[in-house]
Write a protein that binds this ligand. Sequence first.
Ligand SMILES: Cc1cc2nc3c(=O)[nH]c(=O)nc-3n(C[C@H](O)[C@H](O)[C@H](O)COP(=O)(O)OP(=O)(O)OC[C@H]3O[C@@H](n4cnc5c(N)ncnc54)[C@H](O)[C@@H]3O)c2cc1C
Length: 383
Amino acid sequence: MTKVALLVVGAGPAGWSAVSGYRAAGGGGPVLLAGEDAHPPYRRPPLSKDYLRGESGRDELALQPTTWYVREQVRMETRARVLALDAEARTADVDGVGSVAFDRCVITTGAAPARPAAIPGAEDSRALTLRTIENADALRAAGGRLVVVGSGFIGCEAAASMAMRGTEVTLVTDEAVPHAGRLGREVGERISGWLSETGVTVLTGREVGAVEPPAVRLADGARVTGDAVLLALGVEARVELAEAAGLDTEDGRLICDESGRTSADGIWAAGDLARLFNPTAGRRLTVEHWGEALTQGEVAGRSAAGQQSAWDSVPGFWSTIGRRTIKYAAWGDGHDDVRLRGDDAAWSAWFVRDGACVGVLSHNRDGDYELGRELVARGERIP
Ligand SMILES: Cc1cc2nc3c(=O)[nH]c(=O)nc-3n(C[C@H](O)[C@H](O)[C@H](O)COP(=O)(O)OP(=O)(O)OC[C@H]3O[C@@H](n4cnc5c(N)ncnc54)[C@H](O)[C@@H]3O)c2cc1C
């Protein structure tokens, strides 16, 4: 049996940051970072942007050089899926490593692209998804015509990037405009305009009846045919390991306090998988952002090392659609009004709930983004 002071399950940004935070807070002893991926932690955001467009290479994706793990005395194991976790005995069964006994553990198993059972054919493995380097490589090789299903950030970014590569892209969404549900109609219309600008054909208000790669059949019977189909229908948290270990979950996420501590002693969690309590917001939040995975991972790692640490910042997110960048800071769990300010070249959308600012999204107005973040944290009115 291998004995470690800290076991981190999942080697994405939250996992890397947990290890880094643990060491930075003086956490000692052997550390094992076990990830099922074939690669040490790497950046996912470029996979729908510059990497997908062929403007950056694999060698630019690694989060840290291999020398970092040596220097920090972290045993990084790739292709090492954690098969089972015993929260009481504090042991784990790790593929390729064997039985591991741990003093403390941080779970950062992240999320995987959704393949909703309600859509016939969504589970067909010929329908592509986008989460890993291998997924991005498959998409790049997918041929001259692509059908994208879904108009969230990944769907919009990937559609624009593929169109910029010269691919004929059709994006199908059941929303009235992309992002209407999350960001409101006016913001959605601007994003839709950017997609059209890059050459993407946007089919809005169209429900998908079935996925039949390389085509999709719409609910009204029409068929949209390409050389490949990309499903971009959101993600599902990978809670299966934690759930099997008996840890408490809520709406498919692992419940944590502000330090990332789960319902089991000695076990913390962070990132897409987790729903941490945010003391500034006064409630638990689900967040699927790169920066938050890093922040929460560090908090969980420091906490596991015995240092008091809390996730109390307003979640922030950047997205690039074609050549346009938006910055978004928000609690992300609902608004009752959106106010748009500015012109096509530079604008901000302010999100309001019960009179208080709960979010800001800006394009070429960085001052608004910074101010908005403060207003959200303080629960104040928009300017
Ligand atoms: C294409 C793309 C573009 C994105 N762009 C942006 C962006 O511009 N801005 C932004 O804020 N966010 C972006 N995101 C979201 C961001 O990447 C995620 O929020 C972030 O990766 C979450 O980090 P995580 O560590 O929680 O999970 P993940 O990154 O999913 O990492 C979890 C890791 O755990 C591994 N794992 C799962 N189960 C086990 C197990 N049992 N044993 C061992 N290992 C396991 C998984 O294989 C995975 O490698 C993007 C995501 C994608 C896919």
